[in-house]
Write a new protein. Structure first.
Length: 146
């Protein structure tokens, strides 16, 4: 779904929205984009059973929970520095049919569980997100040269 000319759009804004609503909308937009990437991966490879997150965003439990609810999948946070490399290695081994049993280094890793009620609401918003993207994607290049 990714289109290099895409830009952010605030949709459904009213006079009652405050700065905090825009901050939340930015986080939701990032999570929706991650969901679209995960959906594409799952179509191509296989369903994701375990999601391990690392990096700066795991410092915000609210952001991790938001992503967890949007994806409707448990997310384990791990502070190891090479989590992306580890994930790539696991995918590579799986693609070659090599069984792996990698364990998290961080024994204090925390797993977030999705709230299925929240997911149902976010799924409705995600469908609007996808619909808007499809309607606007041809408009984004026009902004480039303004």
């Amino acid at each position: 779904m990714y289109y290099p000319e895409a830009r952010g759009v605030f949709f459904g804004v009213s006079i009652s929205h405050a700065r905090s609503h825009f901050k939340r909308a930015l986080l939701e937009g990032i999570c929706f984009e991650l969901k679209s990437i995960l959906d594409a991966l799952e179509e191509t490879v296989s369903p994701a059973l375990n999601i391990i997150a690392s990096g700066g965003f795991i410092q915000s439990a609210q952001w991790v929970q938001l992503l967890c609810d949007i994806l409707d999948k448990p997310i384990t946070i791990d502070s190891q520095n090479d989590a992306s490399s580890m994930g790539a290695a696991i995918q590579g081994f799986q693609a070659m049919g090599i069984k792996t049993d990698f364990k998290l280094k961080d024994k204090s890793a925390k797993t977030f569980q999705p709230d299925h009620t929240q997911h149902t609401q976010y799924q409705k918003k995600f469908e609007i997100f996808i619909s808007l993207y499809e309607k606007l994607k041809d408009e984004f290049p026009k902004l480039k040269n303004l």
